[in-house]
Design a binder for this molecule. Structure first.
Ligand code: ZN
Length: 241
């Protein structure tokens, strides 16, 4: 099976549409979304509808939970909070209900899916470092874990008790090793590359590939500015941070 795994769309419809278009050209057989469909940009309902139509498995992110009030937004920074409150006022009831029903974790024979970390997923811990990755591995038995949340694509490999961090665009998974793969963000990348980020995973070939897709950033920025959301949320899309 060839999977397309997307995360952190954040209401950025042009980025989501461009990513789905590329996934279809890559002949992906199943799409997975690791959450944060909403927050930051201006088209939450449209993004939820597209994810609902296209993804076979969808996980809840902290912004999704924040918008529907199932997690506290006290710890969100000013801009994130502004965008969450703005989104709350615009979410249609079907879309609101959809976000409420999303699970925090999902596991198949091949992998575990979670937005932030398998270690207390409802606490939304960031897996940036080898140390936090090690805690994530301890909290799960899965040999392959897909996460989002940091908006930075990376692959951590655990072999012989050692953890290595990889940034190559293609990675062949070995037997008897463990991996944690961060897909990066579709709608608000933060690794200095403004293009939308996602991964594909072939369960037959055991290959993970990282993809970067250009999209209409001007349109996404206009939407944010026209909505009266903090201007910085538009500016950061241009620089990928
Ligand atoms: Zn996010």
């Amino acid at each position: 099976m060839l999977y397309g795994i997307i995360s952190d769309i954040h209401s950025n419809l042009p980025a989501l549409a461009a990513s789905l278009d590329r996934l279809s050209k890559l002949h992906v057989e199943s799409i997975i979304c690791l959450g944060d469909i909403v927050g930051y940009a201006s088209e939450p309902n449209e993004c939820i509808r597209l994810v609902k139509e296209n993804a076979d498995s969808v996980i809840c992110g902290n912004h999704d939970a924040g918008v529907v009030g199932t997690t506290s937004i006290d710890y969100f920074n000013f801009m994130a909070k502004e965008a969450i409150l703005w989104t709350r006022g615009r979410l249609n009831s079907n879309e609101d209900e959809y976000l409420r029903e999303l699970p925090l974790v999902s596991e198949t024979d091949d992998f575990l899916l979670v937005h932030a970390s398998p270690h207390n997923p409802e606490r939304w811990h960031y897996v940036f470092s080898r140390e936090s990755c090690s805690t994530a591995f301890e909290a799960s038995e899965a040999s392959l874990i897909f996460v989002g949340h940091t908006h930075r694509p990376v692959l951590f490999q655990q072999l012989d008790g050692r953890l290595e961090e990889h940034h190559s665009s293609r990675f062949e998974l070995g037997e008897g090793e463990r991996y944690l793969v961060n897909t990066g963000s579709v709608g608000q990348p933060r690794d200095g590359d403004p293009r939308a980020s996602f991964v594909t995973f072939s369960s037959e070939k055991r290959v993970v590939e990282f993809h970067r897709i250009p999209y209409d950033i001007d349109r996404a920025q206009e939407g944010i500015i026209d909505a009266g959301l903090p201007r910085e949320l538009a500016n950061r899309l241009r620089v990928g941070f």
